[in-house]
Design a protein around this ligand. Structure first.
Ligand code: ZN
Length: 508
């Protein structure tokens, strides 16, 4: 059972897909007038995690995300730079994909653009005019009439009268109600325009998402998402115009999910964080953040907070995420190393015993713990996609793996006593969690996540432990392991020499 917080009902609901075993999602994409900033990235990483979770849970997922490539800001930027609106949009869409690829965000099934959906947009506006929900002005502007729709305000929970009292609304004497919004804007000099039944012009912002979701997902689909800044007016207007055009107040998206804001430079932020904040924009682009941190670390950082909660962005938090990622990566490498040894024939072969629970061994205990934590992981994700909690279960497993590996390296567990399939199952569990979170899909340089220490005492005491473990392996005549420790140290730049007084080490 999957529960989701639906902005429309302002409560957690049990998710019932419209079609059994299928999930359809529409998420509002970017307006490509500049490179995506870290705040833009949050909804896309969130939805990527949700898609992965559904796919892993056996659902067939269809995901649509648009590009608002016809927009005031794009036109303004193009005019300032003396290029076309298309140049600006294309350049920034390319940066968008590059940034999202670095964050392991899988591609949508389709990325409709306003410029390529014009016929559908015009058709939908015409339907609204025909049904009396929209009106045309003399100059060719078309407006949606909020008073024609009793339910206007149901997503944001606002009443029309309150909106009028509190809002600073654009004054247009020709509008019937100040809250009416533009569906079509008549052409202005120096702006791109398209032919329509009301003359040349271009669409208002909100209508595109209605036309696109209708075109690619049908009159009813499961999820609609975006940042919480889109609840009003964008999503409110989408619902109003879509349900009016379709003629069914239960049509359009069934569940509305909104992610919280990313805050930056709050009172708590340090001086260096504040220095990081650009005076002009106040936000870093994803590219700027990626110059200092690996994409997977940034992704983990974003998912370590529940998607609905606000997220404070600062260097200290990113460093913490990097450190944490290093701990998760360590268990990943350890499991990889164990798998390598299993494939090299160092462990006993599968005995055909599939009931891991009754296997009396340390590995049996480890796999039992792994299965328990995997089930906790799914439970957390099923509770409104609580990746923050799910990650703690993965971390628990990482600690178990660390402990097991430590004993293994120390010679306390000998490969011949372990059924290799059990360890491979633990590895599969760990990778299943990683796949849903979307990490360990690209190589991350070790030096980025494992900070080397300048403290000589610490290195001395660590080396003492390692050499004692190697001595234990030798005492147990586990020459393979003893040699392996020596070889790995050498690869890391440390030479071990056996002397009559015991083993000594030095840096190469
Ligand atoms: Zn939208």
């Amino acid at each position: 059972m999957i529960k989701v917080f639906n902005t429309l009902s302002r409560s957690k609901e049990i998710f019932k897909p419209l079609k059994k075993g299928e999930v359809s999602i529409y998420c509002c994409g970017v307006t490509p007038y500049n490179a995506p900033h870290i705040g833009n990235a949050r909804p896309f990483v969130t939805w990527d995690m949700i898609r992965r979770f559904f796919a892993k849970s056996g659902y067939k997922v269809r995901y649509i995300q648009n590009f608002t490539d016809v927009d005031d800001k794009i036109i303004k930027t193009a005019n300032e730079q003396g290029v076309t609106w298309k140049d600006i949009a294309e350049k920034n869409i390319a940066i968008y994909f590059k940034s999202m690829d670095a964050l392991n965000v899988r591609r949508a099934d389709f990325y409709p653009k306003v410029s390529e959906t014009m016929d559908d947009i015009i058709k939908m506006i015409q339907t609204l005019v025909d049904k009396g929900f929209a009106y045309v002005l003399d100059n060719g502007d078309v407006f949606y009439s909020v008073e024609a729709n009793k339910a206007y305000g149901k997503l944001s929970g606002r009443k029309l009268s309150d909106m009028l009292a509190g809002a600073r609304v654009e004054v247009n004497e020709k509008k019937r109600n100040p809250m009416d919004f533009a569906l079509w804007k008549s052409a202005k000099p120096g702006e791109p325009s398209w032919e329509s039944p009301w003359g040349a012009g271009r669409p208002g912002w909100h209508i595109e998402c209605s036309a696109m979701s209708l075109k690619y997902l049908g009159e009813k689909f499961d999820f609609h998402g975006g940042g919480s800044d889109l609840i009003f007016p964008h999503h409110e207007n989408e619902i109003a115009q879509s349900q009016a055009a379709i003629g069914d107040e239960n049509s359009f998206a069934q569940y509305w999910l909104h992610n919280g804001f990313i805050t930056i430079g709050s009172e708590k932020a340090s001086k260096s964080d504040k220095a990081m904040v650009k005076a002009t924009k106040g936000f870093f682009t994803v590219e700027e953040v990626l110059a200092s941190y690996p994409g997977e670390v940034v992704r983990l950082f974003l998912l370590q907070t529940h998607y609905r909660n606000p997220l404070e962005f600062n260097r200290e938090r990113l460093d913490e995420a990097q450190n944490f990622y290093g701990k998760l990566a360590k268990a990943y490498w350890q499991l990889d190393e164990l798998a390598r040894l299993i494939h090299a024939g160092e462990f006993i072969k599968d005995t055909g015993e599939k009931n891991f629970a009754i296997t009396v061994s340390k590995a049996g205990g480890l796999v039992e713990e792994g299965e328990r934590l995997l089930s906790n992981f799914y439970a957390a994700m099923s509770d409104d996609f609580n990746s923050a909690l799910a990650i703690t279960h993965m971390f628990e497993l990482a600690k178990e793996v660390n402990g097991y590996y430590g004993e293994f390296i120390g010679g306390k567990i000998l490969p011949v006593t372990i059924d290799g399939d059990i360890i491979l199952r633990v590895r599969d569990i760990y990778l299943e969690m990683a796949e849903i979170l979307g990490i360990f899909e690209q190589p991350v340089p070790v030096e980025k996540v494992e900070k080397t220490s300048d403290e000589p005492e610490l290195v001395d005491s660590l080396m003492k432990i390692i050499l004692e473990l190697r001595q234990d392996a030798r005492a147990m005549k586990n020459w393979t392991l003893a040699d392996k420790i020596r070889d790995e140290l050498k690869a890391a730049g440390i030479v071990v020499e056996d002397t009559p007084q015991g083993a000594v080490w030095k840096k190469i």
